[in-house]
Design a protein around this ligand. Structure first.
Ligand SMILES: [Zn+2]
Length: 340
């Protein structure tokens, strides 16, 4: 027959080592099982002992049973604690934990190009001048020497709100507004902004686009001043190896008028697919401000003269980054946008 205290020592050791509830249940069955448990068997045999030993052994056996029960309960509580701690470690949501980093955006390529143009011309003393996108017929056309019925109006097919109000077809109205506001030359301004024309979207044009125009009004201005300014701007934006040229053209608001070209950056002027084998790329128009336009702006053309130019910002970005479809600038395709 087992000794109750030895049995207790043995049981407590097994309980302490039990790694989980399953092992603990086995230990419980082995020692305290109702029929075959080792403590239960001990108690069952007491009846056969002489009375002197009966009381002492019965007491020892009951103490052993209580000690084992207490150890089981303690070990169960310990295992439960460990389980909860483990759960907290692996599954809990820690609200103080930093979230995944947000993807950081950057300035749109058209804004980048516009700011570069502004920076270059501001370094020459030009000021940025802004105006309304909804314009009157007078500022959009009449003041720029494009009278009603003038065939050139077809080049600026516009969105009208009423016969007098429209979405501006170019940023030139800002030049008139600036002359009227500043009144006394010298005037050196650039007019970046959005314009609208009734064109179906295609690879080279959109019904909405951005322009930047420049206006310089001073005494004794020449085409050479204009060309030098634009050469400086182009070389600042595209590199010192670029050349520029002007070709005679016609606009109602300048006289003389020119198309303005930049040498192709891919072939260096030799001719390639990108420049359609011309060696030159068209950037925009320019010319000496028509005396009537100066008069419309409140400037006396017998005292002052000036030059003006107007380029598309999308066009300039396309030339800078060799983009062949203007629509890409206004689509949310990150594969395109993230290149810049
Ligand atoms: Zn080329």
């Amino acid at each position: 027959m087992s000794d109750p205290s030895a049995l207790t020592t043995e049981a407590l050791a097994a309980i302490a080592q039990a790694p989980g509830e399953d092992a603990l249940a086995k230990v419980e069955l082995e020692y305290l099982g109702r029929k075959s448990g080792r403590v239960s068997r001990l108690l069952a045999n007491i009846g056969q002992l002489p009375p002197a030993e009966k009381a002492a052994l019965g007491k020892a056996a009951n103490e052993a049973k209580r000690a084992i029960e207490a150890a089981l309960a303690a070990r169960r509580a310990e295992l439960e604690q460990a389980r909860l701690a483990d759960l907290a470690e692996t599954e809990a949501i820690d609200v103080t934990f930093p979230g995944p980093p947000l993807g950081r955006g950057h300035i749109h390529v058209l804004t980048q190009v516009r700011r570069q143009i502004e920076t270059v011309l501001e370094s020459l003393g030009y000021q940025v001048e802004l105006g309304p996108e909804v314009e009157t017929e007078w500022y959009n056309f009449e003041a720029l020497n494009i009278t009603a019925g003038h065939p050139a109006r077809e080049n600026w097919d516009s969105f009208y709100f009423s016969p007098e109000l429209l979405l501006r077809a170019h940023t030139s109205p800002v030049q008139i507004r600036a002359m009227q506001r500043i009144k006394e030359p010298p005037i050196y301004i650039i007019t970046p902004g959005r314009c609208y024309r009734r064109d179906a979207p295609e690879a080279t044009r959109l019904p909405y686009f951005s322009q930047v125009e420049g206006l310089a009004v001073d005494r004794g201005m020449t085409v050479g001043d204009m060309k030098g300014t634009l050469l400086y701007m182009i070389q600042s934006l595209y590199g010192a190896d670029r050349k520029v040229r002007v070709r005679p053209s016609y606009f109602p608001f300048t006289e003389p008028s020119f198309e303005f070209d930049v040498s192709c950056g891919i072939c260096g002027g030799m001719g390639c697919k990108s420049c359609r084998h011309k060696g030159w790329l068209e950037v925009g128009g320019c010319g000496m401000v028509h005396p009537q336009v100066l008069r419309n702006g409140g400037i006396d053309p017998s005292q002052w003269n000036g030059y003006a130019w107007g380029f598309g910002i999308e066009r300039m970005a396309m030339l800078k980054h060799d983009v062949d479809d203007i629509r890409l600038f206004y689509e949310p395709d990150l594969r395109f946008l993230e290149q810049f």
